[in-house]
Design a protein around this ligand. Sequence first.
Ligand SMILES: [Zn+2]
Length: 203
Amino acid sequence: MAIEPASSITEVVRLARRAAARGWAPATSGNFSARIDGARAAITTSGVDKGELSETDVLVVDIDAPLPPRASAEAPLHLRLYRDRPEIGAVAHVHSPAATAISLFCRARGAVHIVGLELAKAFRGVTTHEAALAVPVLDNDQDMDRVAGALKTSFFGPGSAPGFLLAGHGLYAWGRDPGEVWRHLEAFDFLFEVALRMEQLGR
Ligand SMILES: [Zn+2]
């Protein structure tokens, strides 16, 4: 059944405002999108305060067509995820302090390892706290097509965390719909906070 673009736009606005309210999209950073159907997505425009986002700040774009000028520099990565992964229905990119700090701390390891945490079950497909998840940390890059090329199939396999980090930059997370991607954002933030506190304790 086709989804009305208007409802996707409203959901993108809500997702962006909720993330801004948590301090995850400072200084106009971050971008948020939702798939409308097989050919289109709704995505936030560039350079807008996400806490004051309105419906007119969300573009409806063709997944396969060149992006309009108002699109964010990071929009190509969102569209690449929609093109390559039919199961993905929403994507969020945030510059949260916990994600940014842990990305730098774990850069040399290439991943943030999450083991033995109950809240990992908030991720789709994870059914036990005993699951060992690795959240990949990729080098930051201003060329989002190059970042998209660095994504591996294993990032999307069963039991993998639904996202990855760019070192010194932030988090990309996805889900089947905006509600699920919000749950994943909250889980990532909690797990990164715990990982940082454990590092501070030297554990
Ligand atoms: Zn960014």
